[in-house]
Design a protein around this ligand. Sequence first.
Ligand SMILES: *Cc1c(COP(=O)(O)O)cnc(C)c1O
Length: 315
Amino acid sequence: MNLVCLPTPLHRLDRLSAHLGAEIWVKRDDLTGFALGGNKGRKLEFLIAEALNSGAKAVVSCGALQSNFVRQLGAACSVVGLECHAAVMETPYEDEIPAALPVGGPGGNALLDRLFGVQLHQYPNGTWEELYDHAEEIAKALEAQGKPVSRVPVGGSAPLGAFSFLLAAEEALEQAPDGFDWVVTASSSGSTHVGLQAGFKGHSRVLGIAADPEPEIIQDFAELSQGLAELTRADIASPAHEFRLNLDYTGAGYSVHDEATTQTIQLLARLEGFLLDPVYSGKAMTGLIDLVRKRELSGRILFWHTGGIPTLFAS
Ligand SMILES: *Cc1c(COP(=O)(O)O)cnc(C)c1O
């Protein structure tokens, strides 16, 4: 199923490289071109094809109110004429509600969701587990009306979603056959990180900068990686300890603004003329810059720009 414009550009960041005294490149998945871009379009090419093949008439997923995935899922459903439902909370959380305010409000992705005709089912803030339960209730209610449903996991992080990023790594290696010392990406539900890790194996080390303060999430990554290995029948599974996930740049929590990231967004806008988002790519770039300064990252570094620009307009 063809949704995104590939290959996305890969180029050197001359002014940022000079600013940091390092060699920084970027993979522009902010320019996937579908429904304002971002990393989820690649996954949806496979996930939507699977939903259609299963005979589904409706798709059900979930996420934060400002989810980039729900926005692109809604657009993909429009392309093929599927009904799109999403259970959302302004701030889903792991154990405790965070003290600071999230990126929220009716603008940004929530506005685009309405344009794409997504049926948003919004719930009061609660845990991710509660949100998954709500999504399942919606799916069951649709099935009770006789509509076959495709359940799409949060962020599109099914093995097929990870597969699209294995292909994306191959795409980048065609553009830059020498590979990189490091590939740095924002990481959350995991299929971007897991797919890149598999695709860059033997070429480049992949470092995820976490958007969520949840160290145990790498167990989910290992499971997803196992699923990817089964799907491709290739020996590419990574156990949990092989994933490099840095949790130092989550700030006050998932989706919560922080000053360092605001400054990073401004820095890149003024040095390179492109935008980062406050929830994922901005925090990942804050991490990249800090780790380069601490000399924990060196050599040729590729920043995988995952998009997320609509959240800049969220409030
Ligand atoms: C979803 C998202 C991520 C994280 O990707 P996962 O595959 O869920 O880990 C990173 N950046 C942006 C902008 C996103 O929307």
